[in-house]
Design a protein around this ligand. Structure first.
Ligand code: 6PG
Length: 477
């Protein structure tokens, strides 16, 4: 029988995805730029060999797949994807589907999708989350493309996706760039989750002078509570892992410079493009950039010194650690609320009709941000599908009210001690601005009108007024 699906690119992610597909009983044709890697992959496939058709030429590869042929391209994002598609195109037939499973910028996905419009070929932009392990044993999969193309791959993708209570973590989310857009926001939220965890770690390390191992134990405990999630779990494990060279906690031996490949930044750029505040995600991306400026930071510490403020002032240590747990939950709520708000704006902007409860559902397992919390988001959006924002749904408004006091105490204590908490503070600022019916932008409008005659609306209803600036001063001014 012919293969159900094909895959190009036998790097770590591609190989693992191919093995996962084969293991779930789907015959798969594989191809790699270097035939040697294809042979090696096949040799290592052991008992899964029966389900794998290793191919050394594109002709052979395409012929091995049942039409209309779904072909997953799992290579480095960017130009290589365009080049691969060009190489593949001459061999394909009407209705064949090229599937980009890398971390593509959704704007590239939209362009690729459009470029194939009159060719008879179709395209799927597919976000895959869960790292190497996820790809091998069950990722979360976010699909964007034509619904017909989705129907052709639904069975295979459902068989390989992670399961949450037997529900597969894969869904068709909309046309063209929808899947890659949602994956981008997943990553933006991932950045915020990771940054907030790092900020809390910083308070425990530099504020309470706790050792990595002690902090690891705190995270382990939190993982049994409301913060239960993959990132908290691995953070605990990370903190308790020893460096084989020195025997010290390995986290203490790791340079404090974080890398980034662009997806976090894209989510912030798109949020800004649409005028949606995503401050906690922005703070997380900026914190990574600042982290990479290690030399500059060290020089600045010499010039400016650390803020000579009080040591973290904590009267009841246990109560403060409980506050940290609630603060992290509150910060998380802020970041997710922002991520979902960006998706809801994008859904309108790009005409996708993104299904929010489904997105929360397919993030409950398999992906990097998987957590119990996402189950609560699923319920909240299912109960209130038209809510303007996650934080005003009945379930989450209650959670915000329960936890924002702790966030306020933690952010204040950290600020007074000079400990940086940019993402947590941004989440707090977001809550405080979002929930305040009367803000301060009347002052901005007055200034804009003063220097640029931009006009303002009045609270008594009249639109586009201009101020009599300076002419009629208020009595006593
Ligand atoms: C995932 C991850 C994965 C990867 C990103 C993060 O969902 O499985 O997000 O896609 O780790 O590339 O990248 P950076 O931290 O390097 O930007």
């Amino acid at each position: 029988a012919q293969a159900e699906i094909g895959l190009i690119g036998l790097g770590v992610m591609g190989s693992n995805l191919a093995l996962n597909i084969a293991e779930k009983g789907n015959k798969i044709a594989v191809f790699n730029r270097t035939a040697e890697r294809t042979r090696e992959f096949y040799e290592e496939a052991g008992s899964l060999k029966d389900q794998i058709v290793p191919c050394e030429t594109i002709e052979e590869f395409v012929a091995a797949i049942r039409p209309p042929r779904p072909i997953i391209i799992m290579i480095k994002a960017g130009d290589p994807v365009d080049q691969q598609m060009e190489l593949l195109k001459p061999f394909l037939e009407k209705n064949d589907i090229m599937i980009d499973a890398g971390n593509a910028n959704f704007r590239d996905t939209m362009r690729r999708f459009d470029a194939l419009k009159d060719s008879g070929l179709t395209f799927i932009g597919m976000g895959v989350s869960g790292g190497e392990e996820g790809a091998r044993h069950g990722p979360s999969i976010m699909v964007g493309g034509k619904e017909d193309s989705w129907k052709r791959v639904e069975k295979v993708l459902t068989s390989i996706a992670a399961k949450y209570n037997d529900e597969p973590c894969v869904a068709w989310l909309g046309e063209n760039g929808a899947g890659h857009f949602v994956k981008t926001i997943h990553n933006g939220i991932e950045y915020a989750d990771m940054q907030m965890i790092a900020e809390i770690y910083g308070i425990l390390r530099d504020g309470l002078n706790m050792s990595a191992t002690e902090i690891g134990k705190v995270f382990d405990t939190w993982n049994k509570g409301r913060l239960n999630s993959y990132l908290i779990e691995i953070s605990g494990t990370v903190l308790e892992t020893a460096d084989p060279l020195t025997g010290k906690p390995i986290v203490d031996m790791i340079l404090d410079k974080a890398g980034q490949k662009g997806t976090g930044k894209w989510s912030v750029i798109e949020a800004q493009n649409m005028g949606v505040p995503a401050t906690a995600i922005e703070a997380a991306v900026a914190a990574r950039s600042l982290s990479s400026m290690k030399d500059e930071r060290e020089a600045a510490e010499k010039t400016l010194g650390l803020p000579g403020l009080s040591a973290l002032s904590v009267s009841d240590r246990d109560a403060f650690i409980k506050d940290l747990e609630s603060a992290l939950l509150a910060g998380k709520i802020g970041a997710y609320a922002q991520g979902f708000a960006v998706m809801s704006a994008a859904s309108k902007e790009f005409g996708w009709n993104l299904p929010m409860p489904t997105i929360a559902k397919i993030w409950r397992a398999g992906c990097i941000i998987r957590s119990q919390f996402l189950d609560e988001i699923t319920s909240a959006f299912t109960a209130a599908p038209d809510a303007a924002n996650l934080i005003v749904t009945p379930a989450f408004s209650t959670m915000v009210k329960e936890t924002d006091g702790a966030l306020r105490r933690v952010v204040s204590a950290a600020v007074l001690a000079g400990l940086p908490v940019p993402a947590l503070a941004s989440a707090l600022g977001y809550f405080d601005s979002y929930r305040r019916g009367r803000g301060t932008a009347n002052m901005i409008q007055a200034q804009r009108d003063f220097f640029g005659a931009h006009g303002f609306d009045r609270i008594d209803g009249a639109d586009n007024h201009h101020g009599p600036w300076g002419s009629g001063l208020v009595a006593g001014a």
